[in-house]
Unconditional design. Sequence first.
Length: 355
Amino acid sequence: MAKVEIPPYAELQSYADVVKHLKNRQKHLLLGNGFSMSYDNNIFSYNALSKFIHGIKNKELQQLFDIVNTNNFELLMQQLDNAAQIAEVFGADKKIVKKIREASETLKTSLIEAIKELHPDHVFTIPENKSQTCANFLNSFLSQGGQVFTTNYDLLLYWVTERNQLENRVDGFGRDVEETDEWVKPEDMNVSELRWGKYKDIQVIHYLHGALQIFDTGIDIVKEQYTSEHWLLENIKARMEKKEYPIFVTAGSGKDKLTHIMHNKYLSFCYETLTAIEGSLIVYGFGFGDYDDHIIKAINKASKKRKDENGNWHMLNSVYIGVYSEEDYNHIKQIEKQFKVPLRVFDAKTVNLWG
């Protein structure tokens, strides 16, 4: 596949140029933290949920993270819960069991504090013009059969698509009617919470690294609905008390992230969907950092020609990466050879994302 020469930074095309060039071709969207930072840089300028792990003032927890060799808080929480139960079964010293449970509670409390920092009250009062402008941007992909992928686990994407009731905002979750031995009126039927899988065949929104509203119950992947920040936090606390934890991939190498992804049925489905897209991929707010090689691998896999059951060939033809600065531009130039698909770069500042 012939490479496309990336033009000098001073000659970058605008987002409008990209849209005009692609016209009615199939296009998908990959969002990174820049999506949230462009709404409010003061709130989303750092990765609170990754940093909170390293900021916990608890010697035992820090040692446990080192022993387990992971930043996957979900895994560590589960192991702490299991360790406490095992210790009790074998009659371990009550002081040890207490310390294990205290460590688990510290981890849970720190998570809630990080969520509060990441979602101050005013995030949920986004001005209507900002919300609508963002919805229009997202809808330019969703309404044309495009897929939206995000590595963010904050609530902005979920909140905007729900507030604006975008018609094609399918994220794979839905409710099932609970079975009963007795006949009941349709309006009196009990329905389940939002479970993942019911609509995965038509899913178009994918949280590649999980999200705060998505939980693993041990049996099902479920989504928490909310009406305000207060209720969201209360619901998260309640689920965590039931040993259900938000699914998200925290800091770590690309290999560690991919391992986490492949051990979760929801995350692996989203990742595999990315590896099978065709047409063009537009990247906004995602910098392809040192620990994002798993995303590059997915893009490269999508660029390989595939034949369907009807004998038609499919492949990802091009990737358009938005950059905010010359420094970002130079970084993309440095890693260009890692991609097996033609790259084009555009000026991310020309995207009218929040109005």
